[in-house]
Design a protein around this ligand. Structure first.
Ligand code: HEM
Ligand SMILES: [Ca+2]
Length: 748
């Protein structure tokens, strides 16, 4: 059964400070540690106070016999890992991805070489500890005959398998944190004032699990078996049968809603595939795509997707093996024995890290260091993102290619335009502040503009986007809305502000179903132009055309998004990142396989957590159940991403009850665990706004933000509820109707 490691809401201790009984609670073989540091131990753990006077739980620690076993296991584990590295050395040629035919799809998972400046480290040697820990944990579990249940429940003795210095890109000591710093750090360090929690939510910190994982070996072997003991169905088979391309337009919501979701994703999540140590991509299939590599030639991080010879699309190409490389692991500040966790290479906080970069070095490479501005380009006479110094970020025939704080920015036109909008907003605000406070220097202007842009983004996410996504009932239940007047003060240093694994690999990927196969660009005196996404991946050339920003933002507002349901556009399922290849990859397969790579538990466990009855018969899901029954042997097998999208949406929400509960739980943490959350007052937030400033920020909606940044404000019409298509009660109105942020509130 699933072990809920730390659901904070509603069953945890979400509100206030429940009184803890501190009277000698932990027994002899236990120590009191912060809950997130206690992967080991019992599922029902006793609360206690740690040595640092913070809240913790009683955690099992090893006795001396155990310690001997552990040391032996660690030695063995290291040896085995070294052996694997030896195989890699020997077969490097086969394992390294070839330029052709299909390696470009990695682009989304891995920054190009030379993006070191973006603060993203990709050298697996630096993370050897995480893998050594995996191999050691397996050895220990074998040596002590741990049951599968104990392994999956993380009931390993709490013992260091290795120590890593944190963060990976340099020496760090929490003593370097200034708890009163007015601005957040770029990499998210020092948000939590408790020294041993300084790294919480920072770039490279692992995703946080809601439930313990379902690794087959309890350590890192992917989830791969049905409860019947047979293999689970292939991810590609599930994709072709359960996610056909059916045009079902959302009657109300538009492409801006879809795009906001991906924009938020890129702020809070970026998992990267394991690479060879020279950063070359790993190949898991024979170069003709006919079969997987085998034996020592198969890299230990390979998990290729089996494509049936009868595949309705790929069979014509004889394509039988879809490359799939597992996500890099990370330990947090130290590596303990236990199950594997995956690294999130961006800051977990909603802090516009995709605009500013995830490290000081990344931010520096994006700044002009004059008047607080970000670098931009003006080759068409209007402001666009700066051109990249890394042309391999785009297809070779792209006429332009842009650089931002996130390397996924060129993926499709709409994400690139959102990045453009936030860049423009930063520079606009910095310019306005300079006008009002001419005595401020570059650094002050930059940081104040950044603080404002982050606040605007957080306001749109929590007060405008989430109510539509989750429905008003859910956002109320989780306290996700901010008060209309005054400070919110929702901060708790006990809430880990980490992106949830389950949301990153499943719930938040609901958005893939909402993507349409084309963008319809509207022209005033010419017919509409349909651009198919399969021709647009990593080619933002269109953005270089005159009026592209205004035309696209207006058009996105008029085009329906697709419903979040059991359908995916073929642009994503057969043609993902196709470029000039005859066929592309399949995002639905990747989502399903990714869930198994991270070993999130099957759908039923989360369903029950969300308060729904366990499914014991497929037909409890109605007509849709009969489709699932064609594929899965048991309702206990359903992959989380699949099950969530097979639920009908909750009343007034875009997604069904299980996904909305998971997403609410994650956003709850990202808000309440963020000391710098924009609505927090000066008691907790050293970067608090004044009540006047806060009122100004609360008034900015996405509609206002778009209007502040279009090329021609005097010739643009924007509907007030930007996520909804125009209708009689949501008519586009001239931009003059939206008051931009009044920077007078910042006069000093
Ligand atoms: C616009 C077209 C989009 C494309 C082409 C796209 C493509 C991708 C790809 C290739 C991945 C990595 C898949 C893997 O190997 O696991 C991914 C991950 C993801 N996508 Fe999308 N996506 C799109 C839109 C969206 C939207 C609208 C949302 C949410 C509303 C979304 C949410 C996510 C999330 C949460 C992840 C996991 C991120 C991580 O942990 O690295 N995507 N997407
Ligand atoms: Ca972030």
């Amino acid at each position: 059964a699933a072990t809920n490691t730390n659901s904070l809401h509603p069953s945890g201790n979400p509100k206030g400070n429940p009184q803890l009984d501190t009277s000698g609670v932990c027994v002899q073989a236990e120590a009191c540690l912060p809950e997130v540091e206690c992967r080991a131990g019992k599922s029902e753990r006793t609360p206690c106070w740690t040595a640092n006077n913070t809240r913790g739980v009683c955690c099992a620690v090893p006795d001396s016999d155990d310690k001997l076993l552990i040391s032996a296991a660690i030695e063995d584990g290291r040896r085995e890992f070294k052996e694997k590295l030896g195989h890699i050395e020997q077969h490097r040629d086969e394992m390294a991805a070839k330029e052709k035919p299909l390696s470009l799809f990695h682009k989304l998972l891995k920054p190009s070489a030379g993006q070191e400046a973006n603060g993203i480290k990709t050298d697996p040697k630096e993370r050897a500890e995480a893998y050594e820990s995996v191999f050691a944990s397996r050895k220990y579990a074998e040596a002590t005959n741990m049951t599968k249940e104990d392994r999956q429940g993380g009931r390993f003795p709490r013992h260091l398998a290795a120590t890593v210095s944190w963060p990976y890109y340099g020496e760090f000591s929490s003593a370097l944190c200034n708890p009163n710093a007015r601005y957040r750090t770029y990499d998210g360090m020092c948000n939590n004032p408790v020294p041993e929690r300084a790294a919480w939510g920072s770039a490279e910190y692992p995703f946080e699990r809601l439930f313990t994982p379902a690794y087959e070996d309890g350590v890192w072997a992917p989830r791969s078996r049905s409860v019947t003991g047979n293999w689970l169905p292939s991810a590609r088979t599930i994709s072709t049968v359960l996610f056909p391309d059916v045009d079902r337009q959302d009657p109300q919501l538009n492409i801006l809603f879809m795009q906001m979701g991906q924009f938020i994703t890129h702020d809070i999540a970026q998992s990267q595939a394991v690479t060879l140590d020279d950063e070359k991509d790993i190949q898991c299939c024979a170069s003709d795509g006919s079969q997987p590599l085998y034996g020592d030639k198969l890299h230990f991080a390979c998990m290729p997707i089996d494509v049936s010879p009868n595949d309705p699309y790929y069979s014509q190409f004889g394509f039988r093996c879809m490359n799939f490389v597992r996500i890099k692991l990370a330990c947090g500040p130290e590596c303990y024995l236990g199950y594997a966790n995956q690294a999130n290479s961006v800051t977990h906080f909603i802090d516009a890290s995709l605009v500013y970069g995830n490290s000081e070095a990344a931010a520096a490479s994006l700044r002009t260091f004059q008047y607080g501005k970000l670098r931009s380009s003006h080759s068409t006479g209007i402001e666009l993102l700066p051109f990249t110094r890394q042309p391999s970020d785009c297809v070779p025939w792209a006429r332009v290619c842009f650089e931002t704080g996130d390397f996924r920015a060129n993926q499709l036109l709409a994400i690139t335009q959102f990045q453009t909008m936030f860049l423009r907003e930063h520079n606009r605000v910095a310019g306005g502040l300079n006008h009002i406070n001419p005595h401020w220097d570059d650094e002050r202007l930059f940081q104040e503009a950044r603080r404002i842009v982050i606040a605007e983004l957080q306001n749109i996410v929590f007060n405008e986007y989430l109510p539509v996504l989750l429905g008003s009932k859910k956002v109320m239940q989780f306290g996700l809305l901010d008060p209309v007047n005054g400070y919110g003060n929702s901060y708790s240093a006990d809430i880990p502000p980490m992106t949830l694994t389950e949301s990153a690999v499943a719930a938040f990927r609901f958005g893939h179903s909402t993507v349409d196969g084309f963008f319809r660009l509207l022209h005033r005196d010419a017919p509409a132009e349909d651009l198919h996404i399969k021709d647009l991946f990593f080619d933002p050339s269109k953005i270089h055309e005159p009026h592209s920003f205004d035309r696209m933002m207006y058009s996105f507002g008029q085009q329906s998004q697709q419903l979040a349901d059991n359908s995916m556009s073929a642009g994503l399922t057969n043609h993902l990142f196709q470029k000039d290849n005859p066929f592309g990859f399949d995002l639905a397969s990747l989502n399903i396989q990714r869930g198994r790579d991270f070993a999130v538990r099957p759908y039923n466990d989360y369903r029950v957590w969300a308060g729904l009855p366990r499914i014991t018969d497929f037909y409890q899901l109605g007509e849709m159940g009969s489709l699932l029954a064609q594929i899965y042997e048991s309702p206990e097998d359903i992959d989380l991403w699949v099950g969530g999208l097979y639920e009908a949406p909750s009343y007034g929400a875009v997604v069904g009850p299980t996904f909305s509960h998971l997403l609410a739980e994650m956003f709850y943490r990202l808000k309440r665990g963020d000391r710098y959350y924009f609505a927090n007052g000066p008691e907790v937030n050293p970067g608090a706004f004044t009540p006047w400033q806060l009122g100004e920020l609360r008034a900015i909606t996405l509609a206002g933000l778009i209007c502040s940044n279009v090329d021609d404000r005097y010739d643009f019409y924007q509907a007030p509820s930007a996520f909804y298509k125009s209708s009689w009660d949501n008519e586009p109105v001239p931009c003059a109707s939206y008051r931009p942020l009044d920077l007078e509130a910042w006069r000093e």
